[in-house]
Design a protein around this ligand. Structure first.
Ligand code: SF4
Length: 344
């Protein structure tokens, strides 16, 4: 394993991608980018990161920004608990020392920060010799060792943490990033890895045994739960109804179009709306939509409904206000598009 360190560092120095959060080693910049990069592609994160830094340039402003405004900035990135945990951590930091903690163990105590993120921040920003093990690192190491250990097991993670700790060089941040970069660009997860241009090919046992595509071994994913909804895009003149989701659970505190469980046909939808006290002037069934979360899939039947009057149960906003002031999750982007088509 020790043999891979120098070639990897040299390769990284020459080949690392220019990314906005790599311009300096500011722990705040690294922290925000690492949280955004969880479950989100680098290209998508770039835009969000630049916008986020313009609006929330430091920990103090993150601690004090209005929670709805923060969600609006996060809109489209998904996994909104990440934004909430960021703010909870910022508040904790501001209340305590006022600056980002500088050790792995202290960083690990912040809400929403796990071992990987703590490793990335402490090694990149503070030069602490700790590994940062994400999916890319797991894949690269399991292939180098031609190891059939199951990476879904905590035991494997602990073993790998210890093995990498033993070979950490004096540039731990660069080494961690080099491993991740290799996994993201050369030792790729889908399809054939680009072994012919890999800087550590001669140390890779999987390459020698031709087992690259069989590794790493992990638990098979659980089936996603299927849920059905009927979504009502209620219109009264130029205003549309939205409401805030509960402040716990999936898409907590985000806004959404009114909806109920089940796929209602037009007749059932009209009956339901009447029961809810709406006087329907016109109902249009639009294309149904689907949204895939990590652990569930929503199938949605959508209706645009013109109603006689607004009500107190919902917030009624014009479309510009909806788009600029309210955080609407990606799950409702199809309905937003349908609404725009209908109005314009
Ligand atoms: S040689 Fe191939 S399988 Fe081995 S680490 Fe490099 S890219 Fe991955």
């Amino acid at each position: 394993m020790k043999n891979i360190v120098d070639p990897l560092l040299k390769w990284y120095e020459k080949n690392k991608r220019e990314l906005p959060w790599r311009k300096d080693k500011d722990p705040y910049h690294i922290w925000i980018s690492e949280i955004m990069l969880q479950q989100t592609r680098v290209e998508a994160v770039k835009i969000y990161y630049e916008r986020f830094m313009k609006e929330i340039p430091d920990i103090t402003s993150l601690a004090h920004i209005d929670a709805d405004q923060l969600l609006k900035l996060w809109e489209g990135l998904g996994y909104y608990s990440r934004a909430k945990n960021l703010q909870a951590s910022a508040k904790k930091i501001v209340e305590e020392k006022g600056i980002m903690p500088s050790s792995y163990q202290e960083i690990l105590k912040l809400p929403g920060i796990g071992e990987y993120t703590a490793g990335a921040i402490s090694s990149i920003a503070f030069n602490e010799k700790v590994p940062a093990i994400d999916g890319n690192v797991f894949r690269v190491i399991m292939r180098i060792q031609n190891s059939t250990r199951n990476i879904s097991k905590t035991k494997t993670k602990r073993e790998l943490f210890n093995e990498l700790s033993l070979i950490m060089p004096d540039q731990p941040g660069d080494f961690n990033q080099a491993l991740m970069e290799l996994g993201a660009t050369i030792c790729v997860p889908n399809g054939m890895p680009h072994c012919n241009i890999c800087p550590i090919k001669k140390y890779c046992k999987a390459n020698q045994e031709n087992t690259m595509l069989e590794l790493p071994i992990k638990d098979t994913k659980k089936e996603k739960k299927i849920e059905h909804y009927t979504v009502f895009i209620l219109l009264n003149y130029h205003t549309v109804a939205i409401h805030k989701r509960p402040n716990r659970g999936l898409l907590a505190s985000m806004h959404e179009f009114p909806n109920i469980k089940g796929n209602l046909n037009k007749e059932e939808a009209l009956k339901y709306l009447k029961k809810e006290g709406y006087q329907v002037l016109r109902i249009l069934e639009t294309d149904s939509s689907k949204h895939i979360f990590t652990h569930k899939i929503w199938y949605m039947t959508n209706y645009i409904i013109y109603v006689e009057e607004t009500d107190q149960k919902n917030i009624w906003v014009d479309i510009d206000t909806l788009e600029t002031e309210y955080a609407l999750p990606s799950a409702f982007k199809t309905q937003l598009k349908q609404l725009k088509q209908e109005i314009r």
